[in-house]
Write a protein that binds this ligand. Structure first.
Ligand SMILES: [Fe+2]
Length: 173
């Protein structure tokens, strides 16, 4: 799974992510943004990786990981969508190609949320969110065509299955 990036680039990515002060620190988040900005500026390199596709859905491809962080390329088939979710860890992402629509929500109780904002994220877009902030969202690819994004999460992929903390159902605002 970790063979997508060359060992050299993988090592460079993991070294650049300054996790010594944890994955919530300002230094870490700045480093994660920098790594993402570099990766989204190399769409050809990312597109050439042997990434898995999932018809009608999205597929996660582990690019690099250690006990503190995991870096994934997500390929979004047209029409694919995440659930409405928040995160147990910091979550930084950048769009490589295509466009991803991100909808934000506000929780009204432990399992329901109302939409508050929606933005289309275009190639080059980079953002970070923290588990302590308002961070309930859903990502969808309305097309045309597939989209690819890179995600850097502050979790150990060998310990946890995903970055998702809670899944919500939508109610109209
Ligand atoms: Fe998310």
């Amino acid at each position: 799974m970790q063979g997508f990036l060359s060992e050299e680039r993988r090592g460079a990515v993991l070294r650049s992510l300054r996790t010594d002060a944890g994955t919530l620190s300002r230094d870490y988040l700045a480093a994660a943004r920098e790594v993402l900005q570099e990766l989204v500026a190399m769409p050809d390199l990312v597109r050439r990786l042997p990434l898995e596709r999932k018809a009608g859905g999205y597929s996660r491809n582990l690019l690099a990981g250690n006990e503190a962080v995991s870096v994934w390329a997500i390929v979004w088939d047209e029409g694919s969508s995440t659930c409405i979710h928040d995160h147990h860890c910091s979550c930084c992402f950048g769009v490589v190609s295509g466009s991803v629509t991100e909808t934000w929500y506000r929780a009204i109780d432990a399992s329901r949320a109302v939409p508050t904002e929606e933005q289309e994220r275009e190639p080059g877009y980079v953002a970070c969110m923290l588990p302590s902030g308002p961070n309930i969202h859903r990502m969808r690819n309305f097309g045309p065509g597939e989209a690819i994004s890179i995600h850097i999460y502050g979790f150990d992929h060998e310990v946890r299955a995903s970055s998702i903390e809670t899944v919500y159902t939508a109610v109209d605002g």
